[in-house]
Design a protein around this ligand. Structure first.
Ligand SMILES: C=CC1=C(C)c2cc3[nH]c(cc4nc(cc5[nH]c(cc1n2)c(C)c5CCC(=O)O)C(CCC(=O)O)=C4C)c(C)c3C=C
Ligand SMILES: [Fe+2]
Ligand SMILES: [Fe+2]
Length: 321
């Protein structure tokens, strides 16, 4: 019996060549960039991969840790803590959709260790074709080459699960209690997506809206939603986080706490885009106090949440110790 936590992927080093390799794989995924390859690949190879890696490598350098990329470090730590929590009856491991460790290598190792039933757990509370579906696609593609396949289950999105909302509420309340100011507003920033994916039926936008609404109800205060990390020229989900942060002081909101509930662990998009650049935008626009509240990461709230979700999905396969 195995559980494979799957996250997005990250470069092996904060250098332009490593970021280039990572972006080449990531941005060639047709679940991520839905432009026909004949039109997109020349733009990707001719422009994006010649300009973005240097800029992004600099940004990665600002958040890189002694354990490597924060995304990989926290994902690994989550898997190790869940292994202890779920016990010897279940093998818990982790993989990345892009780069390493690969889904193919980890699934192969799990099968070699005797796992004939595997729960795939994409680490995304809100379902999105560009994240959840492509992670599962990759695992199914590995199985398509096997004569003797293991049985598979996939972790459903958990954007409205009371345990998820409860874990976010506890972590936000604890973080806010430790601040030396009282925030006028909690801003929930989710990764953006092209607007057209909403019209095409992707539930991601609705899942984000529902998470933010339930979180506001649980906290008993306004939680405003925004979408970050715009990529490319198409229209993205609105409002953009950086614009909201720049507009808040004009509304009289001068103390803000920003949280990123759509990211299971901190990464470039939260630590650099929100905690560094978001802070600058807000303070330059006249804000007085800014706090970035970390993701659930490998903290007790996050581990207890995932343990519960995984145990539920493993029901009938195993009784965790
Ligand atoms: C949490 C959900 C995510 C969605 C939805 C998502 C969609 C999406 N992203 C890009 C382009 C980029 N994303 C990048 C980094 C990145 N994205 C997510 C998560 C989601 N992306 C994470 C967790 C990360 C961080 C990775 C890390 O190493 O820390 C990047 C790379 C960084 C950069 O150069 O800015 C790009 C590019 C698109 C196009 C997209 C949907 C269509
Ligand atoms: Fe992204
Ligand atoms: Fe970004």
């Amino acid at each position: 019996m195995g559980v494979l936590l799957i996250n997005l992927g990250t470069p092996d080093a904060p250098t332009a060549p490593a970021v280039r390799r990572y972006l080449a794989e990531f941005l060639s995924d047709r679940r991520v960039v839905e432009i026909p390859p004949i039109a997109w690949q020349p733009i990707l190879r001719g422009i994006v991969l010649n300009t973005r890696p240097k800029k992004s490598a600099h940004a990665y350098g600002l958040v890189w840790t002694e354990h490597g990329s924060p995304l990989a470090h926290y994902t690994r730590s989550k898997a190790e803590k869940l292994q202890s929590s779920l016990g010897d009856g279940v093998m818990v491991d982790w993989a990345m959709r892009y780069g390493s460790p690969s889904i193919a290598d980890k699934l192969t190792a799990m099968m070699a260790a005797g796992c004939d039933r595997i729960l795939l757990a994409p680490m995304y509370p809100q379902y999105c074709a560009a994240t959840t579906a492509t992670a599962n696609d990759k695992a199914f593609a590995v199985l398509s080459g096997l004569r003797w396949q293991p049985a598979l289950r996939t972790l459903p999105p958990y954007y409205d699960d009371p345990a998820y909302i409860g874990a976010l509420k506890a972590s936000i309340e604890r973080a806010v209690a430790g601040l030396d100011f009282a925030p006028d507003l909690i801003l929930a920033s989710f990764h953006g997506m092209p607007q057209r994916t909403l019209a095409l039926g992707d539930p991601y936008h609705c899942h984000c809206q529902r998470t933010a609404r339930l979180l506001g109800e649980a906290l008993g205060r306004e939680v405003r939603i925004a979408f970050q990390s715009r990529f490319g020229r198409a229209k993205w989900l609105e409002p953009p986080t950086d614009q909201v942060l720049r507009a808040l002081p004009g509304e009289g909101i001068r103390k803000v706490a920003v949280v990123a509930p759509g990211f299971s662990v901190d990464c470039l998009e939260t630590l650099e885009e929100l905690a560094i650049r978001g802070r600058q935008s807000f303070l330059q626009a006249g804000g007085s106090d800014f706090a970035y509240i970390p993701c659930l990461n490998d903290g007790d709230d996050g581990i207890a949440l995932l343990r519960g979700l995984l145990a539920r999905e493993l029901a009938g396969w195993v009784a965790p110790s």
